[in-house]
Each structure stands twice: as structure tokens, then as C-alpha cells.
Design a protein around this ligand. Structure first.
Ligand code: HPA
Ligand code: ZN
Length: 343
């Protein structure tokens, strides 16, 4: 339901409901959720000079997407062991929960957790799961992990990530995906990794159509067999693709604030999420790397409501889309569905 375009729309009338609404988030890079104060604190503890990745007022400093990826990796350099990841998960989930998120899927990268060594990865994962269990108890937020290979590290390194994913697939690690620089290589270069993950019972997603166009989104679906697409928004210019995605029930993990901040979309009003939704595509809303893009789930919901004059029912629908596409087991889905209903 969308408001009559001529009727006055007062965001403050629905803002309290949107802030209080329990939310489901599917696309969050764990390390990209690290508050800058957290990374600065670790750098100080470890005597690492990271001043060049921060602005004077304490935010992350980068010029463009390529530079963002290198600043991101520099920030990860102080996440040196399982204990740091335990603290990171507690910090990120407390922040998400404060914006109403009750279920979160985050991308976890064995590349940043012991350089894809399987026994090291198991130790990092144990710390991450311990933090997730405590956050569920203390902050009322449930976490599931999507192991993610990094495209610009290349297909051979991705295989190591996929093996870590396959060896630890289960109730907590439920998916496999790909992030990183979309202008490097092709989706099909990663078929081996995605096949291995699928054979281990993992559900699949890949970043595509954040920077490249419709053919990249087609390639992720055709070559890797993913059921969700990270972003996908640059596929919106191809009407046939949009129809195919809607028909196939592929879910788009849209991150509007990220897209506007990085210049993928000129403005939120230009963002294709509303058009995709009107064509029957399963769209969802996430923050991607919230402190890097100066966003959070409340900001995303409020900005979308203001820009597209969406009412509370639209946001209920977006949460339902996300929960339906979540890579969790059915008892978890049922439990979260009850939390969404009773709120
Ligand atoms: N896009 C692609 N790769 C990434 C991102 C992102 O926003 N964040 C961390 N890795
Ligand atoms: Zn992303």
C-alpha cells in the first residue's frame, strides 16, 4: 500500500512505529559493522598506527569503492584473533539490536579469520558463536553466518574459504557467498567454490549488480545457482531480467543507504527498490557496512518511508520478505515470525 501522492505525509506519525518495529537484516559484513571507535581502540591496544584510515572527527576515511575496500582491509588488520572477533560480534550485534534488529545474517570471511586455515577458522568460529549466544541472551538478537569468499583475492583463495564453509556448515553457518571487487574476474570463475558449498548443504548468495549491470546478475543466477543476490540493483534496467527474477523468486538484498553513499544511486529517490517491488521482486533492506556508510536499520526504514511515502505495512512486508529468504532452519524462522507478529 502506498499513500495517495497528493495527501500530506508526516514521517513523524509513523517514525515511532518504524523505530519500534522488530527487523530482519540479511546483508551485513561483520567487519564492516565495526564501529570506528572499536577499531581505533584495538589499534591503540596493539600499537598499530591506523590514523590514515580515519577522518578528523573519527569516522572512516576513504575516497571511493576501491579505496573503501583497502581501508576495510586495514581496519581488519587489528582483528588479530578469536578474542577480537568475540568482542567485534558483541559490539556489532548490540548496535544492530539497538535499531530493532532481531535476526541478522552476517558475512564472515575466513580470509580475515586465520587466513583460511581450517583449524584457525574453527577457533575464530567458536568465539563468534559464543558471542552470538550471549547476544541472543542479552540483546534479543539471533545471528546466523554466511561464509564469504572475497572476489578480488581470486578463485584459488575462494576455494579455501569454501572448504572452511563446507567443514563448518550446520545450524550456525548456513550460507556461502561472495563479496569484494565486482570488477575483478567473472562469477563463473567461482563455480567450484559454490558447488562445494551447495554440496555441503549451504544456501547461496553473491554480490552482483552493485557495480556491473544486468549480465552480472544473470551470471550469478545461471553460473553459481544463487537464490539471493547481494544488491542486484543495476539489474533493474533490464525489464526481462526483472521479470525473470520476480518469477524465479530470487531475493534481492538491497542496501539503499550504501548505494547512495557510494554513488551507485544518485539519490534515494533514484534508487530502484520501489520500482523493483512494484514489479513483484522480493526486495529486502539491509545496511551493508553501517558505520562506513553512516547508516543503520532505523535510518534505512525512515529514509525509505520519507522518500517513497511507504506506510508501516510496506515495512512489515519487507521484514516478511527477508524472513522468508533467511538461510536459517525452520524452527528459527517460526520463532522469529512470532517475534515479528507479537510486536
Ligand atoms: N560490497 C562488496 N564487498 C564488500 C562490501 C560491499 O559493500 N563490504 C565489504 N566487502
Ligand atoms: Zn555487501
Amino acid at each position: 500500500m502506498t499513500h495517495d501522492p497528493d495527501a500530506p505525509f508526516e514521517i513523524e506519525e509513523i517514525a515511532p512505529q518504524l523505530r519500534a518495529m522488530p527487523k530482519v537484516e540479511l546483508h551485513l559484513h561483520l567487519e564492516g559493522g565495526a564501529p570506528p571507535t572499536f577499531i581505533r581502540g584495538l589499534a591503540r591496544e596493539k600499537n598499530v598506527d591506523l590514523r590514515e584510515i580515519f577522518t578528523e572527527d573519527g569516522g572512516y576515511a576513504y575516497r571511493d569503492f576501491e579505496h573503501f575496500l583497502s581501508v576495510y582491509e586495514a581496519a581488519c588488520s587489528v582483528l588479530t584473533g578469536p578474542e577480537e572477533f568475540y568482542r567485534l560480534v558483541r559490539a556489532v550485534l548490540a548496535e544492530s539490536a539497538s535499531h530493532g534488529v532481531v535476526y541478522s545474517e552476517t558475512f564472515l570471511s575466513p580470509d580475515f579469520c586465520g587466513k583460511c586455515d581450517l583449524s584457525a577458522w574453527r577457533e575464530y568460529l567458536a568465539a563468534i558463536e559464543e558471542a552470538a549466544t550471549e547476544a541472543e541472551r542479552d540483546d534479543g538478537i539471533t545471528l546466523r553466518g554466511i561464509v564469504t569468499c572475497i572476489r578480488h583475492f581470486g578463485p584459488d583463495q575462494a576455494k579455501k574459504s569454501a572448504m572452511c564453509a563446507a567443514e563448518t556448515a550446520g545450524d550456525f553457518i548456513t550460507g556461502f557467498g561472495m563479496a569484494g571487487a565486482e570488477d575483478m574476474g567473472e562469477q563463473k570463475d567461482f563455480v567450484w567454490s559454490f558447488d562445494a558449498a551447495r554440496e555441503a548443504g549451504l544456501r547461496l548468495t553473491s554480490h552482483a549488480g552493485e557495480w556491473r549491470g544486468p549480465e552480472e546478475v544473470r551470471a550469478a543466477i545461471r553460473d553459481l545457482g544463487v537464490e539471493r543476490i547481494g544488491h542486484g540493483v543495476r539489474g533493474s534496467t533490464d525489464a526481462q531480467l526483472v521479470e525473470d527474477i520476480a518469477e524465479a523468486g530470487i531475493t534481492l538484498e538491497c542496501c539503499p543507504g550504501s548505494n547512495v553513499f557510494l554513488g551507485v544511486s544518485g539519490s534515494l529517490a533514484d534508487h530502484p527498490i520501489a520500482q523493483l517491488r512494484s514489479k513483484g521482486v522480493n526486495v529486502t533492506v539491509s545496511t551493508d557496512d553501517p558505520p562506513f556508510f553512516h547508516t543503520d536499520m532505523n535510518a534505512e526504514f525512515l529514509n525509505l518511508a520519507k522518500t517513497f511515502r511507504w506506510d508501516v505495512d510496506v515495512f512489515r512486508e519487507l521484514n516478511q520478505n527477508a524472513l522468508a529468504a533467511a538461510f536459517c532452519d525452520e524452527p528459527t524462522r517460526t520463532r522469529i515470525a512470532k517475534e515479528l507478529e507479537t510486536a
